[in-house]
Design a protein around this ligand. Structure first.
Ligand SMILES: Cc1cc2nc3c(=O)[nH]c(=O)nc-3n(C[C@H](O)[C@H](O)[C@H](O)COP(=O)(O)OP(=O)(O)OC[C@H]3O[C@@H](n4cnc5c(N)ncnc54)[C@H](O)[C@@H]3O)c2cc1C
Length: 388
C-alpha cells in the first residue's frame, strides 16, 4: 500500500480525454430527446462499442482491451461527466468479472469475442425479484434441471436493458432453500441467450429516468444446461465476488454526474447576474458548490484507492463500498447545489439539470441502497452486530 499513487498514468489521462471527446459528439439534445421518449441510446452505445471501450475488461485473447478496473472506471465516469448516461451500458463491465472468473472456456470462447466486437450484448443482469428485493437469498425464481436443459420459472423485477441485450446473467434457485445447509447455497448463475427465448415475457416499466427497465416473467423457459456458470449451487458466491467491481463502477457513474453538476453550476453562477452581480459571488450560492466539489474529490480518492486495490488483486471490499456510498451522496449533493444555483431554470428540461438530477438519484438506491452499504461497513469493517 505504501507505494500506492492516486495520480493517473499518461495512458489513463489519454483514455479519459478520448472517451470525453467521443461522448461530446452526443450533445445534450441527444440525451434529452431520448429521455423524453424513454428510448435507448443505440447510436451512442454502438459507437462506444466500436471504439472498443465497452470491451475494456475483456482479455486480449478474447478480443478485448485487457485493461483494468481503473480504466473501466474512467470510461464510465467520463460518459456521465460529459452529460450522458453510462447506465445504458455499465452492466457489461460490472458483470464481466463473473463470466471471466467462473465461466467455462467454452462460454468464454463462444461469447467474449462477439461481445468485444459488439455482435452480442451482455447488458442484462437478473437478480432482483418482487418478493425478495435486497434480500437476495430469498429469491424465488427456480431453475430445475431436466436432462440437458434447465427449466426456469419465476418473476424478476427492475431488470434493465433486457430488450437491448442478447445475453443475460441470471441468478436462480436450483435447490430449494429448505434443502440446503446455508441459505446462500443452492443459488446458481446462468449465462443465457435471451434472443427469442420462449417462456420469457418482458414488460417494460416507465421509470423516473430513462433506464430501459423491465419486469420479467419466466414460464417454463428452457435454457441449455451448459448455460450454467461454474458450479451449480455456488452462484451467490459468484455474484458476491463481482460486487466490488459493481460498487467501484457505479461510484464512477456518480463521480461523473457530480463533476457535470459542478461544472454546470460554476458556469451558470458566473454568468447569471441578479442584483447587479453574478449570483456566484454570493456565499449562499458559492459555498454549496464548493462543498460539493470537495465531497466529489474525496469520493474520487476513495474510488481510485478501491480500483487500484482491485487491480492489484488485493481485498477492496471496504473501499469499494465506501466509494459507492460517498460518490452517490456527493453526486446527489452536487445535484442539489446545481439545481439551487439555477433557480427556476434548474427545473426546465432544456437546461438538462433536472434530467441529470433524476439520473444521479438512482445510485443512492440501486444497484444497492446506501443503507445496506452502511450495514456492510458497520458489520464487516467495524465489527458491530449484524443489523438485519
Ligand atoms: C432504475 C432501476 C434499475 C434497476 N436495474 C436492475 C437490474 O438491472 N438488475 C437487478 O437485478 N436489479 C435492478 N434494480 C433493482 C435494485 O437493485 C433494487 O431496487 C435494490 O436492490 C433494492 O431492492 P428493492 O427495490 O426491492 O428494495 P427493498 O429491498 O424492498 O428495500 C426498500 C428500502 O428499504 C431499505 N432497507 C431494506 N432493508 C434494509 C435493512 N436491512 N436495513 C436498512 N434499510 C433497509 C432500503 O433503504 C431500501 O431502499 C434496479 C432498480 C432500479 C430502480
Amino acid at each position: 500500500m505504501s507505494d500506492m499513487t492516486f495520480t493517473l498514468t499518461d495512458e489513463q489521462r489519454a483514455l479519459k480525454t478520448a472517451v470525453y471527446e467521443l461522448c461530446k459528439q452526443y450533445p445534450p439534445e441527444y440525451w434529452r430527446e431520448l429521455d423524453a421518449k424513454r428510448e435507448y441510446p443505440e447510436a451512442f452505445v454502438t459507437e462506444l462499442t466500436k471504439a472498443g471501450y465497452l470491451a475494456a475488461l475483456i482479455p486480449p485473447e478474447y478480443g478485448g482491451a485487457g485493461l483494468g478496473m481503473m480504466e473501466a472506471a474512467i470510461i464510465l465516469e467520463e460518459i456521465n461527466h460529459s452529460g450522458g448516461n453510462a447506465a445504458a451500458c455499465h452492466a457489461q463491465m460490472y458483470i464481466m468479472g463473473t463470466v471471466l472468473r467462473h465461466g467455462s472456456e467454452a462460454q468464454k470462447t463462444l461469447y467474449l469475442p462477439k461481445i468485444a466486437t459488439g455482435e452480442l450484448r451482455l447488458q442484462a443482469f437478473g437478480v432482483t425479484e418482487p418478493n425478495s428485493g435486497s434480500d437476495t437469498t430469498k429469491l424465488q425464481t427456480t431453475a430445475i434441471k431436466k436432462g440437458d436443459r434447465y427449466v426456469v420459472n419465476g418473476q424478476k423485477m427492475f431488470i434493465s436493458r433486457v430488450l437491448q441485450s442478447d445475453l443475460m446473467l441470471l441468478l436462480a434457485r436450483t435447490t430449494p432453500v429448505d434443502q440446503v445447509r446455508k441459505k446462500t447455497d443452492g443459488l446458481s448463475v446462468f449465462l443465457i441467450d435471451i434472443r427469442g427465448l420462449k417462456g420469457l415475457e418482458v414488460r417494460p416499466l416507465r421509470m423516473m429516468m430513462n433506464h430501459s427497465t423491465n419486469a420479467l416473467f419466466f414460464d417454463n423457459a428452457e435454457v441449455p444446461a451448459d448455460s450454467l456458470v461454474g458450479q451449480e449451487g455456488k452462484g451467490f458466491a459468484y455474484i458476491l465476488d463481482g460486487m466490488n467491481a459493481e460498487r467501484i463502477l457505479v461510484a464512477s457513474d456518480s463521480l461523473g454526474d457530480g463533476r457535470w453538476f459542478i461544472e454546470k453550476a460554476v458556469a451558470y453562477a458566473g454568468q447569471r447576474v441578479i442584483f447587479g452581480r453574478p449570483i456566484g459571488a454570493n456565499q449562499g450560492v458559492q459555498f454549496p458548490i464548493a462543498r460539493a466539489h470537495m465531497a466529489i474529490e474525496a469520493a474520487d480518492l476513495m474510488r481510485t484507492k478501491a480500483a487500484k486495490l482491485f487491480d492489484a488483486g488485493l481485498p477492496s471490499g471496504p473501499e469499494a463500498n465506501m466509494a459507492k456510498y460517498l460518490a452517490a451522496e456527493a453526486a446527489w449533493d452536487a445535484g442539489n447545489a446545481c439545481i439551487d444555483a439555477h433557480g427556476g431554470y434548474g427545473f426546465a428540461e432544456e437546461y438538462d439539470v433536472e434530467r441529470k438530477f433524476r439520473e444521479a438519484r438512482l445510485y443512492k438506491t440501486a444497484p444497492i441502497n446506501n443503507n445496506l452499504v452502511m450495514a456492510y461497513i458497520g458489520e464487516h469493517v467495524l465489527g458491530m452486530p449484524r443489523s438485519y
